[in-house]
Ligand binder design. Structure first.
Ligand code: PMP
Length: 351
């Protein structure tokens, strides 16, 4: 071993879902099957590339202001970053500095563990109940901060806002982060609680409901004090996180509320139909309120099914990890994509 090895920060990285570069039926990373708002395409076509010579606005003010308008908050209550992964990572760095463990569910977004390890933050996973719901009392113990997604990933289970509120209310000595990557497909957002609780941060993304995973835009909404702390950390790290193209396209996406809402309606409709189809095929699926369905079949091994699907150019997500060994996560695609998936299942199962 080289002497310098002992000074290297070693981490076990997050493993992102596969991104095949050829055309497949891609139901593995919860992307939106529909294109971004027409205004985004138009803005890209009309973009003045001379602007790319210059650094972008470090405050991302155009996008911050548009988001503030959309959510009826002040611009000093909005922080934007390079996807919600960037925003969440900044939140871990900024807010989780206690000796006490940060709490998150045992089955959840696997990046949380990775950031905790990277930043040397102690953490303790709280077990979801047998129906994959949070056990709120587990979060009332002393801790160094709390984070969970609502709806949770990869289960798709949404906790009612009163459960979320109770966890926030019982943890006023620490910061509570609600990761709402999928909330637009679900129900009420915790954004409505931010004026009531100064320890609450809500994080959302353009990657799912706004069809812009490729643009990498995420944001946090909170009170001006916590947003200032996030900005201080960001400016100590990299001031120009948001590129010029993302800023322009992000603004256009937020402006078109009607397109956004119509996209949500289509996905929710397909999700509900797909849940019924899966059940008819003998799958057991959780009551997802997200843009994906977490499902298992009592008669077929999930890993074998996952591999058979892949051989047929249908990509879904499978982990094989503890408590979810037999589950697959299937992103809700277009009706046609889902029809192809179900046709494959029928053939595989000789139905
Ligand atoms: N939170 C959750 C729960 C997610 O599933 C994802 C998507 N992988 C993210 C955050 C990050 O999404 P993005 O960085 O694309 O905004």
């Amino acid at each position: 071993m080289k002497a310098y090895e002992k000074n290297i920060r070693k981490v076990e990285p997050y493993v992102p879902g596969e991104q095949p570069q050829r055309k497949v039926i891609k139901l593995n990373t919860n992307e939106n099957p529909y294109p971004p708002a027409p205004g985004v395409t138009k803005a890209l076509q009309e973009m003045n590339t001379d602007r790319l010579r210059l650094y972008p606005d470090p405050t991302a003010s155009s996008l911050v202001e548009e988001l503030a308008k959309f959510y009826h908050v002040n611009p000093d209550q909005v922080f934007v970053g390079v996807g919600s992964d960037d925003v969440l990572s900044m939140c871990f760095l900024t807010f989780f500095n206690s000796e006490k463990p940060v709490f998150f569910p045992d089955i959840t977004y696997s990046f949380y563990k990775v950031w905790a390890d990277l930043y040397r933050i102690p953490y303790e996973c709280q077990k979801l109940d047998e129906k994959f719901h949070l056990v709120k009392e587990d979060y009332f113990k002393e801790n160094g901060g709390v984070i969970f997604p609502n709806p949770n990933a990869p289960t798709g289970i949404y906790e009612d806002l009163d459960v979320v509120e109770e966890i926030v209310a019982k943890n006023q000595d620490v910061i509570v982060i609600i990761d709402e990557a999928y909330v637009d497909f679900a129900g009420r957002s915790a954004i409505e609680l931010i004026d009531k609780y100064d320890n609450l941060i809500v994080v959302q993304t353009f990657s799912k409901a706004r069809s812009m995973a490729g643009m990498r835009i995420g944001y946090a909404i909170s009170n001006p004090i916590l947003i200032q702390y996030l900005n201080d950390a960001k400016y100590s790290f990299n001031s120009y996180t948001m590129n010029q193209t993302s800023l322009i396209c992000g603004v256009e996406a937020v402006k078109d509320k009607a397109y956004f809402e119509e996209g949500l309606r289509k996905i929710i409709e397909t999700r509900e139909w797909a849940k019924t189809e899966l059940k008819n095929l003998g799958f057991q699926c959780l009551d997802s309120k997200s843009n994906f369905i977490f499902a298992m079949h009592p008669d077929y091994d999930a890993k074998e099914l996952f591999e058979a699907l892949k051989k047929n150019d249908i990509y879904v997500r499978f982990w094989g990890s503890e408590r979810i060994e037999q589950y697959m996560r299937i992103t809700v695609g277009t009706r046609e994509e889902m029809e192809t998936l179900f046709a494959f299942f029928r053939k595989y199962m000789n139905k």
